[in-house]
Write a new protein. Structure first.
Length: 296
């Protein structure tokens, strides 16, 4: 069985636990259990620190580099293959390096990040920034002028734009600005559970009009029930209401404190895929976005 997962926090978690041979939510050893896997591996430059002027920004950029180095070291050790272009998919474990939150970036940093292997960028995490408003915003200003430039440059460079954690207006603005498919790497449907991290039908429709994909997530609070069935319900809602060409898994494994009941680790994704009986779509949809965006 093949696994595509649009969001796992392997690098961030590696600072605290063993994500190579460990048994907590996901690990390299668990991913080996699949015939083939393709994981959007998060680079999450966040850490609790003193808010001294200039220090936190510099430290976070350093953390970004350290997490990219972690993935490059996995590749050098022969444990994973990093996807940098449309012909890079290999047997085994494939990673798409994905920056979660553009707070630490200048627009032209995209050129450097591409050289370092980053192929997807989330505009926000849970805080507003100079590019876009987040899902936690108190004033939804959407995509800024800087954000529009970032989206256009990402399109030019073949980097996927991710609107997980973004505000509604940001999602709509990005969808109307991007010439390439966009993703919401880990989000669920507001129709099933009202939550600031979830997408309403207008947002889902905007994403799929770009040819994009929504990764259904295992974040307990965003599910109609904090169980594996809650994940299944979201997959079915998006697939049956908007088309099975636009849905995937985006578990957020290693980025969540507690997993849904019945979905204790990534190996349980096999049960979800079997229940849904849509293995081909759940694998092919993210691959289509990769091909469409990187073929620029």
């Amino acid at each position: 069985m093949r696994l595509a997962d649009l969001h796992e926090d392997l690098a961030y978690a590696s600072m605290m636990i063993d994500v190579i041979n460990g048994d907590a939510q996901s690990s390299i050893s668990m991913l080996r259990a699949f015939d083939e896997s393709m994981v959007f591996a998060a680079v999450f430059p966040r850490i609790k620190m003193r808010k001294i002027a200039g220090e936190s920004h510099i430290a976070l950029r350093g953390l970004l580099i350290e997490q990219i180095k972690f993935y490059l070291e996995l590749e050098k050790a022969g444990l994973v293959n990093i996807i940098r272009g449309i012909n890079d998919l290999r047997p085994g474990i494939n990673l798409v390096l994905s920056l979660e939150g553009a707070d630490v970036l200048g627009i032209n940093d995209l050129y450097i990040l591409k050289e370092l292997g980053i192929r997807a960028i989330g505009l926000t995490w849970n805080e507003d920034n100079r590019f876009a408003a987040s899902c936690m915003t108190k004033k939804d200003y959407g995509l800024t002028n800087n954000g529009e430039e970032l989206v256009k440059l990402a399109n030019e460079l073949g980097i996927i734009i991710d609107v997980a954690h973004a505000s509604k207006q940001t999602v709509l603005d990005v969808a109307s600005t991007s010439r390439k498919p966009i993703i919401a790497s880990h989000a669920n449907a507001s129709a099933l559970k009202h939550h600031r991290r979830n997408l309403d039908d207008e947002e889902i429709e905007a994403i799929i009009k770009t040819g994009g994909v929504i990764g259904v997530t295992a974040i307990r609070d965003t599910l109609p029930s904090p169980t594996m069935q809650g994940i299944v319900d979201n997959l079915k809602y998006i697939g049956e209401s908007f088309g099975w060409s636009h849905v995937a898994l985006g578990t957020d494994m290693l980025g969540i404190d507690e997993t849904p009941t019945g979905f204790e680790n990534i190996l349980k994704a096999r049960n979800i895929i079997e229940v849904i009986n849509r293995e081909e779509e759940l694998w092919r949809n993210p691959l289509r976005v990769i091909n469409d965006v990187m073929n620029s």
